[in-house]
Design a protein around this ligand. Structure first.
Ligand code: OGA
Ligand code: MN
Length: 204
């Protein structure tokens, strides 16, 4: 269940195109998701993340070094189902407010091993327009300043010329931004970093 005032979050998203919600879920929900994430990772259920999609999907160690496991809604565990239900509330609120016609969500757990990064990019694949809003939930309890792993997001939709913000990947922090407009990157961390990244989509 989303805890923080969703209204305020949506206002910011509407105004500037990105928004952060520091305590989006209960600590218990966050910890359940985190333990599923690390258990599945230990079981070998994650795959090296690629760049591009379909036939042009490639593993590019120079661009990104995270490992991912997609969430399959049909076979999701209780914690995942609960998180998907929160996202469904957010999706409906976004549609009601902005008439975006978002019709579903696709998302994956991500683990960045120590030192892993994801260089600056936009979240929209070449030739596609279906990913409208990126939504990321961080799952790192006890994260401290100095641990690295920040999301660096350039805060103007004009690209990488303007200013940027650094967002620490602390447990329960949720970030949303317009997927096709905001350049962003993941900085390397001194320890493993866990998250769930996904996208609200329009019909392709
Ligand atoms: C991504 C991404 C950012 C983050 O997976 O596309 O940019 O902070 N993730 O994990
Ligand atoms: Mn991204």
């Amino acid at each position: 269940m989303l805890l923080a005032p969703v209204e305020e979050f949506l206002n910011t998203l509407a105004k500037v195109g990105w928004a952060v919600m520091p305590m989006s879920l209960s600590a218990e929900e966050g910890l359940h998701l985190k333990s599923e994430c690390t258990a599945s990772h230990a079981d070998g259920a994650f795959r090296r993340a690629g760049v591009g999609r379909g036939n042009s999907l490639q593993i590019r160690e120079d661009i990104r070094r995270d490992e991912v496991m997609w969430i399959e809604p049909g076979e999701a565990s209780a914690p995942r189902t609960l998180y998907l239900a929160s996202l469904e509330i957010l999706r409906l609120a976004l549609n009601e407010r902005f008439f975006l016609g978002l019709f579903n969500y696709e998302g994956h757990f991500a683990i960045y091993p120590q030192g892993a990064f994801y260089k600056a990019h936009l979240d929209r694949h070449a030739g596609t327009q279906d990913r409208i809003i990126t939504v990321i939930l961080y799952l790192n309890e006890g994260w401290k300043s100095g641990d690295g792993g920040e999301l660096k997001i350039w805060t103007s939709a004009d690209g990488q010329d303007g200013g940027y913000e650094l967002i620490e990947p602390r447990m329960g922090t949720m970030v949303c931004f317009m997927a096709g407009d905001f350049w962003h990157e993941v900085l390397p961390a001194t320890k493993q970093r866990a998250s769930i990244t996904g996208w609200f989509r329009q019909r392709p």
